[in-house]
Design a protein around this ligand. Structure first.
Ligand SMILES: [Zn+2]
Length: 416
């Protein structure tokens, strides 16, 4: 077991009142619940900064309870819910609805408020009021702010309110509702394509607005080689830009779409092998700050027809295993870097406290078995939906226990 922030190895962890009391070798007190963690790796609880919980409005896909149970099953102890619910989370009342319910959920649920009224991209909300209600970020995720001038105002107001702005980068004049990546696959399927330019043009715009005005911006779900290059060079110039990618962008490629299975459709779409490698390289060299799932549940009925299905895939339960298998096992990154990508960096971007696993820190962590290989079986998901693009694939790194606020919120032996 290890603590990536303190770089120390610990043998035992004593938790009391939700707080880590002691680490190291010691005789545990009597009358405590003991977990045998032999052979398991302990990581700080994952912080997934991009999740769609679908509540209110679309609870047939997911709700806060099912979504947070899926999170716990994936080793995630904190998540950020995106505001594109029905109605959108664009008022203090809507933010309070989530924060009130958060306390009774197995993991910590935070809310991103909508940047614009009704997510329409026209009139900005009062970010300070939303922050006072409990929002910890602002975003119109699912859509870009369509106008660079509004984007500039949004970044100014977000900075003034002390909230990170999370940007969904898509230029609608280029993406044009494309179902898959633009190129060979879109031509074979004879469907509209969303090319790399549709993302990269908007990334370049947002980075330029941030750079020219010395404002921070966070870019969501980076999927293309060009986006990665723009962000890498911006960082080298000292621009205050951070970004995330999702496990499917460094694991899967567009050829899966030839199956005409909508479970492989998300926005932005799966790209080419060249893009996948670029994303992987950007994770390795530090250009990409964080891993997030963009967990986007849709019911099997909604996903049944390839052409009319909505975009989105679930990912909370596979975030750790896919990342461990794809990144750590082949030696692209270390376990410490994985903890940074999945916990420390997203906490920092969202301005949440991060204390690692040491005395005095909140007891939020997961224990996983690095040698346990398992097959992803959608029907066993804790999510209400089944739309995982990793179905049938095998991964190492099964989560055995998740502990949040000092309580066992997931135990692989006993279903929670
Ligand atoms: Zn998005």
């Amino acid at each position: 077991m290890a603590d990536p922030s303190g770089s120390c190895f610990v043998e035992d962890i004593l938790i009391q009142d939700g707080i880590v009391q002691k680490t190291g070798l010691f005789t545990p007190p009597k009358n405590v619940l003991k977990i045998n963690a032999g052979g398991l790796v302990c990581l700080p609880g994952l912080v997934d900064m991009h999740v769609h919980l679908r509540e209110p409005g679309q609870t047939h896909k997911e709700d806060m309870v099912s979504g947070s149970r899926a999170a716990a099953a994936g080793g995630v102890t904190a998540l950020l819910a995106m505001p594109n619910t029905i109605p959108p989370c664009d008022s203090p009342e809507a933010v309070r609805f989530v924060t009130r319910r958060g306390a009774s959920l197995p993991v910590r649920v935070y809310q991103a408020a909508a940047a614009s009224k009704g997510l329409a991209g026209e009139q900005l909300n009062d970010f300070s009021v939303l922050k006072a209600a409990g929002a910890i970020a602002v975003s119109d995720d699912g859509r870009p702010l369509p106008d660079a001038g509004i984007m500039k105002q949004a970044l100014i107001h977000a900075k003034a309110a002390g909230l990170p702005f999370l940007s969904h980068c898509e230029d609608f004049s280029l993406s044009r509702g494309g179902l898959v990546n633009e190129g060979e696959i879109s031509r074979i399927l004879n469907v509209p394509g969303f090319g790399n330019d549709g993302e990269a043009v908007c990334v370049a715009r947002d980075v330029a607005v941030a750079e020219c005005n010395s404002l921070p911006v966070h870019i969501c779900h980076v999927s293309t080689a060009e986006s990665v290059n723009i962000i890498r060079s911006a960082k080298a110039r000292g621009v205050s830009v951070t970004c995330e990618t999702a496990p499917h962008y460094f694991t899967l490629t567009e050829d899966l779409l030839l199956s005409r299975d909508a479970d492989y459709r998300m926005n932005p779409p799966l790209r080419t092998r060249r893009d996948m490698k670029a994303v992987l390289a950007a994770i390795t060299d530090g250009t990409i700050d964080a891993l997030a799932t963009d967990h986007a549940p849709h019911s099997p009925a909604e996903k049944a027809d390839f052409f009319s299905a909505p975009n989105g895939v679930i990912g909370l339960e596979t975030l750790l295993a896919v990342s461990y298998t794809r990144l750590v096992k082949p030696g692209h990154i270390t376990l410490w870097r994985l903890a940074e990508l999945t916990s420390q960096a997203p906490s920092k971007i969202l301005r949440l406290p991060f204390a690692g696993i040491k005395p005095g820190a909140p007891a939020d962590f997961c224990l996983f078995d690095p040698d346990w290989e398992f097959t992803v079986e959608p029907e066993k998901s804790r999510s209400k939906s089944r739309n995982t693009p990793f179905k049938g694939m095998t991964f190492f790194g099964k989560v055995k226990y998740t502990i949040c606020r000092g309580k066992v919120v997931f135990d692989s032996e006993h279903k929670f």
